[in-house]
Design a protein around this ligand. Sequence first.
Ligand code: GLP
Length: 248
Amino acid sequence: MNIIKVKDYAAMSEKVCTYLIDKIQTLDNPVLGLATGSTPEGMYKCLIEKYNKGEVSFKDVLTFNLDEYVGLEKNDPNSYYFYMNDKLFRHVDVLERNTHLPNGTAENLDQECKDYERVIRDACYVDVQVLGLGLNGHIGFNEPGTPFTSRTHVVELDESTRNANSRFFDSMEDVPAKAITMGIETIMESKEIVLLVYGEKKADAVARLLEGEVSEDFPASVLQQHDYVTIIADEAALSKVGNQILNK
Ligand code: GLP
């Protein structure tokens, strides 16, 4: 794994932004895997700024988001559909038909999961998947214990994940109990993965990801088995990682 250590959140956002722009400009029909949460917000702001300056166009870009809550309507400010429009899509020239998120209000959720897999396959898989990191090591919404062979599926969210995400909702009861997420195997099929982490509160998780054993108990550890992973993390997030790993 290639580790890029940056000073702080702003530097992480700028670094991944220019990294993605470089990919968008090099690939013919770039397929980006996108994440939500607090971590990529600065990256989206930076992408909009560069778009406004004419430094990047999204007209040939396809996007696939990692996950979506079950039961939230598209116009619900806490749905990831809303987030993506608010934070990126409506500000740039990406074509709506080229943007994809699992539909958390589909009548048949299992069918929705299968359809999502099919559309990713039809697009010849994700070129660059951006990931955040959950405190318990989740990637997408793949909670500890999820098989590494999982495909897009419906998950029961961990209490700790619902707690962590409750800051966006009026109350804990409003946080959905379920979500649809790309599976771990689906994520691992991405040709390249960029994991973003910042802040001291993720330091233990980053150390476990880099130094711990590969185990389904800590989903992000699977990334040790991917051939092309770049971690862009700030000093605080890397503060518990030994020098022998950082200087490798
Ligand atoms: C959320 C999302 C993940 C995200 C992670 C970290 O629950 N489903 O895709 O990467 O948790 O979130 P944050 O960036 O807000 O710390």
